[in-house]
Structures are given as structure tokens and as C-alpha cells.
Design a protein around this ligand. Structure first.
Ligand SMILES: [Zn+2]
Length: 73
């Protein structure tokens, strides 16, 4: 297989076309939580519904899961 973009397409999850991860102020986080051994076997991770907030200049942090993103100007 040597189709441009094929590997990229193949590696993406089923619903990644529709959902974008939040990186900027006011965007919805949409990250999956870190796997946790305490979760029961049937646990299905849900995307984080937090909102990205500015905690420092150029640093945005999800107000729910705490994921922080530093952006370059
Ligand atoms: Zn989050």
C-alpha cells in the first residue's frame, strides 16, 4: 500500500473525524481520560467535557481533567 494519507487514515479512531481536541481558550477539551486500573472491565471512557481556560500566558488548561497545553505565539 502506498496511497498518500492511507496510514494516517488507518491510524485514526472511528469518530475522530467528528471530534476535535480542544487546544485554545473556550474550546471543549474532548480528550479521553487516562486509563485507570480501578475502572471495571466494562468501563467505557468518555470524552472530557471540560472547557479550556487560560491559566497562564500561552498556557491553557482543561477545567475538568486538568490537561494543560502550552501554545507557541
Ligand atoms: Zn479535559
Amino acid at each position: 500500500m502506498n496511497i498518500p494519507g492511507y496510514d494516517e487514515w488507518k491510524l485514526r479512531g472511528p469518530d475522530e473525524d467528528a471530534v476535535e481536541i480542544g487546544y485554545e481558550y473556550g474550546e471543549v477539551c474532548n480528550r479521553f481520560p487516562e486509563p485507570d486500573e480501578d475502572h471495571p472491565r466494562s468501563y467505557r471512557p468518555r470524552r472530557c467535557t471540560g472547557i479550556m481556560e487560560e491559566v497562564e500566558e500561552n498556557v491553557f488548561e482543561c477545567n475538568r481533567c486538568g490537561e494543560a497545553v502550552e501554545v507557541e505565539l
